[in-house]
Design a protein around this ligand. Structure first.
Ligand code: F6P
Length: 321
């Protein structure tokens, strides 16, 4: 009798550690007696029939690679009923036991929609934004955090040498989770995040006061989701007379060698995803909650908002005096 098949997809924005998760699904899947099929370029590869049979050797030497060997993409077609029905038909015709989807919020929504059509899906959260409900940490987040901290350490040299204010833009489409962690780890004076309302005039006073109190430079971490960091920097310069520069860290945060923490998390998440499919489970998100592996119904994850850690935000504010 032929082995049962698991399909694997990396979807949405790439995140370091996606390869470690793919490797884990492939190897633990094969170990458990499954055949593994990797779809290329996210859901587009599923819809276009672009896939490859994965072997234990096809993931050799990938644990340390950023990006995703399967390629990825955002697939608007999956949000339409035509696209969704086509995907369901293909998955049923190819007789998959289930799918493992590695990605962020959008990928979770696609998985949820597929599971409503009787497809078994297990989701693994991967996004540098760390904005997925149901896990304290997403794959890739720790790597992006370390990349951004390293970059800000360098920017601080220039800020110090030139007595400047730097506004550093951190990725995060709608949330400030990454910005908060980057901010506290790099000792910035302030973070600007969508979750906390900013009083501009109070900010200008605080910056002026900071310099009067002996600060000679200052760094503000500005979350992408708060708008245009360039305009924000200009406003500060205009209203305080301080020497301001803006630096957008951009895509360097998405790439690069995954940290050990990212690789470990990805390897463990992958193994749990296979175990869940083997046990006949579906529509669950594998995550880590309070240090333990957790399973959250995807339906719950996509309809809930992750809580912003306001206590850590307040600590950061105290540390910046
Ligand atoms: O979700 C990760 C992320 O890098 C966000 O921080 C950012 O807003 C978005 O992806 C950019 O997506 P894309 O590369 O598809 O434009």
């Amino acid at each position: 009798m032929a082995n049962k098949k698991i399909g694997i997809i990396t979807s949405g924005g790439d995140a370091p550690g996606m390869n470690a998760a793919v490797r884990s699904v492939v190897r633990t899947g094969i170990y458990s007696g499954f055949d593994i099929v990797g779809f290329k370029r996210g859901f587009k590869g599923l819809l276009d029939g672009e896939y490859q049979n994965m072997t234990v050797r096809s993931v050799s030497g990938t644990i340390n690679l950023g990006g995703t060997i399967l390629h990825t993409g955002r697939c608007p077609e999956m949000k339409t009923s035509i696209g969704l029905n086509k995907a369901v038909k293909i998955i049923k015709e190819m007789e998959f036991e289930g799918l493992v989807i590695i990605g962020g919020d959008g990928s979770l929504a696609a998985g949820n929609a597929l599971s409503k059509h009787g497809i078994k899906v297990i989701s693994i959260p991967a996004s540098i934004d760390n904005d997925v409900f149901g896990t304290d940490e997403t794959i890739g987040y720790d790597t992006a955090l370390n990349t951004a901290v390293e970059a800000i350490d360098k920017i601080r040299d220039t800020a110090n040498s030139h007595d400047r204010v730097f506004v550093v833009e951190i990725m995060g489409r709608e949330h400030g989770f990454l910005t908060l962690s980057v901010g506290i780890a790099s000792g910035v004076e302030l973070i600007v995040v969508p979750e906390v309302k900013l009083d501009r005039n109070a900010l200008y006073n605080e910056l002026r006061q900071g310099f009067m109190n002996g600060k000679t430079s200052l760094i503000i971490a500005f979350a992408e989701g708060c708008g245009n960091s360039g305009e924000f920097g200009n406003d500060i310069a205009k209203n305080t007379g301080l020497d301001v520069r803006v630096s957008n860290l951009g895509y360097i945060q998405r790439g690069g060698t995954p940290t050990a923490r990212t690789r470990i998390l990805a390897s463990i998440f992958g193994a749990h995803a296979v175990k869940l499919l083997k046990d006949g489970k579906s529509n669950l998100l594998v995550g880590i909650t309070d240090g333990k592996i957790s399973y959250t119904p995807v339906e719950v994850a996509i309809n809930s908002e992750k809580t912003f850690d306001i206590e850590t935000y307040n600590i950061l504010r105290k540390l910046s005096i």
